[in-house]
Design a protein around this ligand. Structure first.
Ligand SMILES: N[C@@H](CCC(=O)N[C@@H](CS)C(=O)NCC(=O)O)C(=O)O
Length: 220
C-alpha cells in the first residue's frame, strides 16, 4: 500500500534521495511526475500552491506536506525504520552528527547540484563560483571520509548507514555529470561502493547498480 506521494523529477538528485531512502526501507509510494525541464512545472500555480518555494521534491502524506529533503529523510526513517538505526535520535552525539551531515548535503545542492544542472541543462548559475564551491566540497568530503577510514569506519555517522549517507550520496555520486570525476578521491570511491551495496539500493540515470553481471549477463 502506498504510504506517500512524491512530486518527482527523475533526474533530480534531491528527488532521488527520497526514492533511495524509500527503497532501502522497503516503503511503497506513488509518484507525480513534474516536468522540471524544460516545462518548469515546479514553478506553476498548482505546484506553488503546494510548495511556495517552487522546488522539488515535495512529499505529501495525508495532511503532511514536506518540501525539504532532509525533513523527508528524517520523517521516513522515524516512521518506517523500526530498528532506529537509520536516524539515531536516541544518542545526542550521533543525532547531532547526522544533522551536521544533513546541513552539508543541503550545501551540496548549491555547489555540485547547481554545477550539474548547469552542465546538463544549461541552467543559469554563476558557473565559476559553483564549480569552485563544488571542488572545495568534494576535497573537504574526501578528507572527512579519510578521517572516518582511519577511525575504522565505513559510514558517515556511527557504525552503520544512516540518513546522513543517503543525503550526501546523490550529488557526490552524480558529480561526473558535471565533469567532477572520482579518480582522485579514493575514500569517496570506497564509500560510494558501500552505499551502492546496500540491500534495497535503487538506481537513477547516472548511477548504476553495483553488480550488473549475472549468469545470463556473463553469457552476453
Ligand atoms: N529545499 C530543497 C531544495 C531542493 C532543490 O533545490 N531542488 C531543486 C531540484 S533538485 C529545485 O527544485 N530547484 C528549483 C529551481 O532551481 O528552479 C531541499 O533541499 O529539499
Amino acid at each position: 500500500m502506498s504510504q506517500f506521494t512524491l512530486y518527482n523529477y527523475v533526474l533530480s538528485g534531491n528527488c532521488y534521495k527520497i526514492r533511495l531512502m524509500a527503497g532501502l526501507l522497503g516503503v511503497s509510494y506513488d509518484t507525480v511526475a513534474v516536468d522540471f525541464y524544460p516545462g518548469l512545472e515546479h514553478r506553476s500555480e498548482p505546484m506553488l500552491a503546494l510548495n511556495p518555494a517552487g522546488t522539488l521534491p515535495v512529499l505529501v502524506a495525508g495532511d503532511l506536506v514536506l518540501s525539504e529533503t532532509q525533513a523527508m529523510l528524517a520523517w521516513l526513517a522515524t516512521t518506517y525504520d523500526s530498528s532506529g538505526t537509520w536516524y539515531p535520535v536516541e544518542d545526542a552525539s550521533l543525532h547531532a552528527q547526522a544533522l551536521q551531515w544533513l546541513g552539508f548535503s543541503a550545501r551540496l545542492t548549491t555547489s555540485l547540484g547547481a554545477a550539474r544542472l548547469n552542465a546538463m541543462l544549461d541552467w543559469p548559475v554563476d558557473v565559476e563560483a559553483v564549480r569552485a564551491a563544488s571542488r572545495k566540497d568534494l576535497d573537504a568530503f574526501e578528507l572527512l571520509l579519510t578521517d572516518r577510514v582511519f577511525a575504522g569506519q565505513t559510514w558517515l555517522v556511527g557504525d552503520g548507514p544512516t540518513i546522513a549517507d543517503i543525503a550526501v550520496f546523490p550529488y557526490v555520486a552524480l558529480s561526473p555529470d558535471a565533469g567532477f570525476e572520482h579518480d582522485r578521491y579514493p575514500a569517496i570511491r570506497n564509500w560510494l561502493y558501500a552505499v551502492r551495496g546496500l540491500k534495497g539500493f535503487v538506481t537513477m540515470p547516472g548511477i548504476h547498480p553495483l553488480h550488473e553481471l549475472s549468469e545470463e549477463g556473463a553469457d552476453g
